[in-house]
Design a protein around this ligand. Sequence first.
Ligand code: NI
Length: 387
Amino acid sequence: MTSRPVDTQPDILAAADWIEIRRHLHRYPELSGEEYETTAYLKAVLEKIGVRIIDYGLKTGLVAEIGGGSGPIVALRADIDALPIQEETGLPYASQHPGRMHACGHDFHSAVLIGAAQTLKLRERELPGTIRLLFQPAEERAKGAKQLIAAGVLNGVEAIIGQHNKPDLPVGTIGVTSGPIMAASDGFTITVEGRATHAAVPENGIDPIVTAAQIVAALQTIPARSISAQERVVVSVTQIHAGNTWNVIPDRAVLNGTIRTFDENVHSRVHQRIAEIAAGVAAAHGATATVRWSGGPPPVVNDARLTRLAEQSAEALGLTVIGGITSPASEDFSFYQQQVPGVFLFVGTSGSQEWHHPSFDLDEAALPDTAALLADLAQRTLQGIQS
Ligand code: NI
């Protein structure tokens, strides 16, 4: 019996392998905070290409580094989690997990970061510093970035770079904007307290359902009548709960919803108007209303200097830069940007459906260029810090 020495020579993955990695992740999606197999798989891939893993004691998610360990540190971030959606794409590599799907393209983001890691690994000797790779869990629940920051992944980091696929932009284009590019997201719950009564004698009670319905309608005047047309704001009521039978007017109605804003003044004005409308409409009916808020991520705000570097990288790679693209969706990448300057890019993926749709898909042709873009931008950023 003969034994072969362990092969320590790292493998080199090509663009076709990156696409296979994306398809593997797509087949086996895991929900926020449960990305155990995903983490193990990504770790194995990184070890295969000789990238060193750094232990931050994370339950899920992964941190790795490329570079000599001296000089500045620039972080590249991808999110890795999937959504509780039943896939309807019919793709040959569709989800094998019922009710779970990579419907936001975080499989693509992870594979892009592997591609960037491979590209940077091959240039490791030229790097004037260190690239820290963050494979972040639980983006969809806006928890992962905070967990990674608490674990210390930003220690020593001078700039951070992230990207999200964008189905409505064609492959070969990059959307990047200095300043706010994605919205702050806040959730609200409005509880309307009335007085229950038999449905046949409504004059004996205070109807919280009629009150709640008028609050819903009045909230729609906030974007139309309280905020300048120059600003961007969304107010959406997404749940109404009241009553449990057909012939009783209940005591209480509960509304849930969300607001999206890009600017701190607009944000506080919308909070104020929702409180005033809820209380005022309720008072007009003899009811009371209380508003509770659950804060989501702040807006994603791009650093001007890093935005310029991103534009230069994209142009150097022959990609078309589209300015002024923003999204009313939110992203917990913003929590990193509260700590260090960052830039978040939209990558055109020519999809037919928006994020979170059961038929969401993207054109994998965008993968190699996006990996090259992240690698180039990370290197440019390191050089910019050094000079
Ligand atoms: Ni996403």
